[in-house]
Ligand binder design. Structure first.
Ligand SMILES: C[S@@+](CC[C@H](N)C(=O)[O-])C[C@H]1O[C@@H](n2cnc3c(N)ncnc32)[C@H](O)[C@@H]1O
Length: 262
């Protein structure tokens, strides 16, 4: 707790006290996601564990809505304590059919189970998921940023996008600005770009990312804890990707990813 301020420590301790309860009401859930400090017992930078500010998660939730979300299935990959899934659950007033959260840190899963008991929580690695998860309408993630993951030459965050692709119809992701093919947040206007990380990802997987409905993430830059990242919300149409792959690979019998993971 050494790098936290006294008010942050006090609020974190209050969040821990709330977490001792069997069931949390909505105010208590909100208090926990806003004040339970991921840095209290873990080195965030090592785990890439910077939880999404609730305000940004609420904006993100706009993309997980409408008839597709109602009764649909949503999987949150690298879920932390579940703030993205919780915001989607609240935004849809509980009408999402099923929520599944996957997180590898058991302490975060324990908190997540209290914050979002409506979800099925899986403590595990998103690169080694059970085979029986079924199909989802949306895969969502604010993945760890950095390097690593099964597809070599592709950043860790974009490896998580690739892991999401076979699971869902659509993907909605919070990604570093340099991982997406556009600039929007904090800019005077939208502009298409092709940063190297995205180019490598697209070349290896064939997946395309596009902009959200117009969510400018820069308003939340100073709301993150311990970092102030330049991020964008990016969307993928994985059904379209599958259709393109089927067209390209017709008769060739190749794997979904044109280039096999090394
Ligand atoms: C940037 S945090 C975001 C957490 C949450 N999605 C949010 O928006 O607040 C990334 C999370 O991914 C988890 N994580 C990292 N690698 C993972 C993996 N291979 N499988 C599952 N979870 C992972 C970390 O423990 C951390 O909780």
């Amino acid at each position: 707790l050494s790098k936290l301020t006294k008010p942050q420590i006090k609020a974190h301790q209050e969040a821990c006290r709330i977490l001792e309860k069997d069931r949390l009401n909505d105010d208590e859930r909100e208090f926990v996601v806003e004040n339970w400090q991921e840095s209290a017992t873990h080195i965030n930078s090592a785990a890439g564990a910077f939880f999404t500010p609730l305000e940004l998660a609420q904006s993100f939730a706009v993309e997980i809505s409408g008839s597709a979300a109602t009764g649909g299935r949503v999987i949150d990959l690298c879920a932390g304590i579940g703030v993205l899934a919780l915001a989607a659950h609240w935004y849809n007033q509980g009408r999402i059919g099923e929520l599944v959260c996957v997180e590898k840190n058991p302490d975060y899963v324990a908190v997540g189970r209290k914050v979002l008991p409506e979800a099925r929580w899986i403590c595990g690695d998103v690169f080694d998921l059970p085979d029986d998860l079924g199909e989802f309408t949306f895969a969502i993630a604010n993945p760890p940023f950095g390097s690593g993951g099964p597809i070599k030459g592709v950043t860790l965050d974009l490896n998580v996008v690739a892991a999401a692709a076979p699971l869902a119809e659509y993907g909605v992701f919070i990604l570093p600005a340099q991982s997406v093919p556009f600039e929007y947040s904090g800019r005077p206007c939208y502009r298409e770009t092709e940063p190297g990380a995205y180019r490598a990802f697209h070349q290896r997987t064939g997946i395309r990312l596009g902009p959200s409905c117009g969510i400018d993430c820069s308003f939340a830059k100073d709301l993150w804890r311990g970092v102030a990242p330049n991020v964008e919300i990016a969307i993928a149409d994985f059904d379209e990707w599958r259709a393109e792959k089927r067209g390209i690979a017709a008769g060739a019998g190749t794997a979904l990813f044109g280039v096999a993971a090394e």
